[in-house]
Design a protein around this ligand. Structure first.
Ligand SMILES: Nc1ncnc2c1ncn2[C@@H]1O[C@H](COP(=O)(O)OP(=O)(O)O)[C@@H](O)[C@H]1O
Ligand SMILES: [Mg+2]
Length: 151
């Protein structure tokens, strides 16, 4: 099952929920968490520093020959992660002119369904092409909300 963790608002615990839920699901079966926010908080939050030349969500999104499997790493805590960094911002712009550009992530993650019981996608705080790709890839959406008036 693929679950997108999304909300247009920032700071509502999308990333925190992805780490917590991912850790729990990884104890019970196989789980992959996907950082799809150019801020890369999921990646850095799990103690991962992107090295020069490392395959990230950017390459998976923009290079049709780059499979998602080639980007997956095991974090120090043992959780499987498809990492991201600021380059994903450029990726979102690059796919604007690509045909069927809302289904790129879906096509890249579908082959991993056999390998993982759960795949969680941490979305950016916006409703752009990255979140749209995550929603198109997902079977379910988890929307963390903070019950407060806008501050
Ligand atoms: N249940 C919670 N209670 C209090 N603070 C939280 C909780 N969950 C997350 N936070 C804090 O809220 C902030 C934003 O969370 P984050 O997961 O980065 O949000 P988002 O990914 O939606 O932008 C972080 O500083 C995080 O530590
Ligand atoms: Mg976040």
């Amino acid at each position: 099952m693929i679950i997108a963790i999304a909300n247009q608002k920032g700071g509502v615990a999308k990333t925190t929920s992805t780490i917590a839920l991912g850790g729990l699901l990884a104890e019970q079966g196989s789980c992959l968490i996907v950082d799809f926010d150019p801020q890369g908080n999921l990646t850095t939050g799990l103690g991962v520093r992107i090295q020069a030349g490392q395959v990230t969500a950017y390459e998976v999104l923009t290079n049709r020959n780059q499979s998602a499997a080639t980007a997956i790493i095991e974090t120090p805590s043992g959780i499987k992660l498809l990492p991201a960094d600021i380059s994903l911002t450029t990726g979102e712009k690059q796919i604007l002119t690509v045909a069927d550009n809302s289904r790129i992530l879906r096509k890249k993650l579908n082959p991993l369904r056999e390998e993982f019981d759960h795949i969680l996608i941490d979305c950016p705080p916006s409703l752009g092409m990255l979140t749209l790709n995550a929603l198109m890839a997902a079977d379910m959406v988890l929307i963390p909300v903070q019950c407060q008036f806008l501050l």
